[in-house]
Structure formats: structure tokens, C-alpha cells
Design a binder for this molecule. Structure first.
Ligand code: B1M
Length: 208
């Protein structure tokens, strides 16, 4: 099997014990970190989500796959990181309250940092007011919110409302699997991005 196929299967089977060595092998063969994410690891975790959704995978498998993904990303993080020379803006980034999905948010975080943004990454399951507090403290140009669940994305409009109430000079961008461009528009977000590359493009536009 190709290194990409091996990685894809390792995510599907939640093979967290071997994933690092598979990644090392793939990197040694000249594949780059972004390729591994886009062509193997993300498709793998998406397939896990599909199977979980249809009821052929259960919570333990979802968790094992999630851990395998997190481990992979920690291995790839230094490979992805660049040292940008110019600072283009500050982003306060968080996965919303009640939501512990942070794999996608972490990818967005690294990509924004690579493109010159100072990223204040508050982590996952972050309280709305904590986001607002950090945005004020760091004079953020952008608040970036990630939500993976229909039950948690409802915190996004609350944060947007607070930004408006307080008159903060700060844009709000949203993303994550549960969120759509349509929803972003409905709640009055300043932008929506479907993936990490889009997120960088959007963030640059918002500070531009
Ligand atoms: Co959960 N989970 N999960 N899960 N999980 C989903 C989201 C789900 C869709 C699966 C399903 O049913 N098919 C479903 C939600 C259903 C819904 O909302 N209606 C679900 C559920 C139900 C749950 C639990 C409730 C399960 C349970 O306990 N019974 C539970 C909830 C816990 C909680 O949050 N309170 C739960 C738990 C977990 C794990 C912990 C096991 C694990 C997460 C591990 C972790 O993140 N550290 C997990 C996983 C792995 C998933 C799926 C399979 C994969 C998510 C992922 O990492 N995708 C997911 C299925 C799916 O999404 N299709 C699912 C890969 C990642 C790269 O994509 O995060 O979308 P994503 O990020 C992308 C873009 O969206 C974008 O860029 C990223 C890179 O391309 N992006 C942004 C993301 N944030 C952005 C922000 C931006 C811009 C772009 O601007 C700021």
C-alpha cells in the first residue's frame, strides 16, 4: 500500500500506536506534511465521522480515531510551522463552549501563524466571555470561532452580539464542520471559511 493509504487506514482503525512511525516513513519518502493531512489524515477522519453518523462505528472507535488524529497533528505541527517575517494582525481563536473538537481549529491556528498572524489560541470548550475578554486584552483584529456541532455553533451569534454591544473594533470569522456560509451570513459573521487555506485568505482580507 502507498504511504497515504497506510495513513488513511491507520486513522480508520485508530492505530495510535503506529501512526507516528507511519508518518515518519511517509515524510522520509518525500511527502510533505500538508499533503499527509489533506490526502490521508483528514479524509480518514471524515470517513470515521461518516461511519459514526451512519451507525457502523461507535464512540470508542470515534475516540481512538480522534486520538490518532491528534497524535498525528502533534507530530506534523513542527513540520508545518514556518517563520514569517511580517506581522499582519492578531487573531483570538477558539473552539466554542461545549465543543471539544479541536483538530481543525489547531490546523487553522498553525496556518494563520505561518502567514504572519499572531494567534492567541484559547483552546477548546471556551466560554463566550473568555473569548471577548481575550479579544479586548490583545486588541485582536479578528475573533476566529470553530464549532463542529449544531448544538454548539449557537454560541457564535452570542459572541458576535457581544462584539457589537461593546463596540469592539474586531471582525468575527467562523468555521468548522457544522458551520455553513449560509449560517455565517444569518448570524452576521464577517466571514466563513471552509478549510484552513480559505481561513488564511479570509483573515488577510479581513485585516486588509
Ligand atoms: Co465528534 N462529532 N463528537 N468527536 N466528531 C462530529 C463533529 C459529528 C459530525 C460526527 C457524526 O455524528 N457524524 C457529530 C456532531 C453531530 C452534530 O453536530 N449534529 C459528533 C458528535 C455527536 C460527538 C459527540 C457528542 C459523541 C458522543 O460523545 N456521543 C462528542 C462531543 C464532545 C463535545 O464536543 N462535547 C464527540 C467527540 C469527539 C472526539 C473527542 C472523539 C473526537 C474529537 C477529537 C478532537 O478534536 N481532539 C471527535 C471527532 C474526531 C469527530 C469527527 C469524526 C471528525 C472531526 C475532525 O477532526 N475533522 C466529526 C465528523 C465530521 O466532522 N465530519 C465528529 C477533521 C478536521 C480537520 O476538520 O474540524 O471540520 P474540521 O476543520 C476543518 C474545517 O472545518 C475548517 O478548517 C479545518 C481544516 O480544513 N475549520 C475552520 C475548522 N475550524 C475553523 C475555524 C475557522 C475557519 C475554518 O475560522 C475561525
Amino acid at each position: 500500500a502507498s504511504p497515504l493509504e497506510v495513513l488513511y487506514q491507520a486513522v480508520l482503525s485508530g492505530d495510535k500506536d503506529n501512526i507516528i512511525s507511519y508518518i515518519d516513513q511517509a515524510l522520509a519518502q518525500g511527502l510533505n506534511a500538508m499533503e499527509l493531512l489533506d490526502k490521508a489524515l483528514i479524509p480518514g477522519i471524515e470517513e470515521v465521522g461518516r461511519r459514526y453518523g451512519e451507525g457502523t462505528y461507535f464512540l470508542p472507535q470515534l475516540m481512538m480515531a480522534g486520538e490518532t488524529m491528534t497524535k498525528s497533528f502533534e507530530r506534523l505541527r513542527p513540520e508545518l510551522a514556518k517563520n514569517p517575517t511580517k506581522r499582519v494582525g492578531t487573531v483570538v481563536l477558539a473552539t466554542v463552549k461545549g465543543d471539544v473538537h479541536d483538530i481543525g481549529k489547531n490546523i487553522v491556528s498553525v496556518m494563520l501563524a505561518n502567514h504572519g498572524f499572531e494567534v492567541i489560541d484559547l483552546g477548546k470548550n471556551v466560554d463566550n466571555e473568555e473569548v471577548i475578554k481575550a479579544a479586548r486584552e490583545h486588541r485582536a483584529d479578528i475573533i476566529g470561532l470553530s464549532a463542529l456541532m449544531t448544538t454548539t455553533m449557537v454560541h457564535m451569534p452570542t459572541v458576535i452580539k457581544r462584539v457589537k454591544e461593546l463596540g469592539l473594533n474586531c471582525k468575527v470569522m467562523v468555521g468548522g464542520a457544522a458551520v455553513t456560509a449560509q449560517y455565517a451570513k444569518e448570524i452576521g459573521a464577517d466571514g466563513y471559511a471552509q478549510d484552513a487555506v480559505e481561513a488564511v485568505r479570509l483573515a488577510k482580507e479581513l485585516v486588509g
